[in-house]
Design a protein around this ligand. Structure first.
Ligand code: ADP
Ligand code: MG
Length: 174
């Protein structure tokens, strides 16, 4: 039995993409809290935020985190999950937390290419690169505080997966 693996990081860092590949490589189940919430609520995250505000969405997200947390699972989280201290503590205590860290220009390029607005409602109302820079400046410390390991997420997905696997070996050896 292995601890759940929580992937955290800013929008566009690859939590969903890398998470799916990591789960496949490890023979684990893959869960994405954004997808899980949208399926449960039968609506997009943008619609949830419109109806309930960010606070309502954050409450749902915290409940989702606890509901999906189980051994032998790779869990891709939403970019803002670390805003609540309870969530940071929950992940650190119940699993191995990996921060997929990438610079602003890499994140902005990816999000401009694939905005997926339904899943990523604007956080500031500003253009993508400005928003990415502002939000990362506010959240980077929280990602680092929550994480057991920081991995360079600007690399090719396969390399990100193998770096995570190396970190997991350390985690299970300690
Ligand atoms: P997140 O779930 O963290 O918001 P995604 O996995 O949805 O990020 O990735 C956002 C976009 O960036 C997708 O179009 C994905 O194909 C691309 N992407 C993710 N990781 C990488 C990577 N390591 N290298 C190149 N492109 C990537
Ligand atoms: Mg995602």
């Amino acid at each position: 039995m292995t601890l759940p693996i929580f992937l955290i990081g800013a929008r566009g860092c690859g939590k969903t993409t890398v998470g799916r590949a990591l789960a496949l490589a490890q023979g684990c189940q893959f869960i994405d809290t954004d997808f899980w919430l949208q399926e449960q609520a039968q609506q997009t995250i943008s619609a949830m935020v419109e109806q309930e505000g960010w606070e309502g969405f954050r409450a749902r997200e915290s409940a989702a985190l606890q509901a999906v947390s189980a051994p032998s699972r790779v869990i891709a989280t939403g970019g803002g999950i670390i805003l609540l201290e309870d969530n940071r503590q929950f992940m650190r205590e119940h699993g191995v937390v990996i921060y997929l860290c990438a610079p602003v220009d890499v994140l902005a390029d990816r999000l401009e290419a694939f905005p997926e607005e339904g899943q990523r409602p604007t956080l500031t109302g500003k253009p993508i690169s400005e928003e990415v820079s502002e939000v990362l400046a506010l959240r980077d410390t929280l990602y680092r505080e929550a994480a057991h390991y920081v991995v360079d997420a600007a690399q090719e997905p396969d390399k990100v997966v193998s770096d995570i696997e190396a970190a997991l070996q350390l985690a299970h050896a300690s």
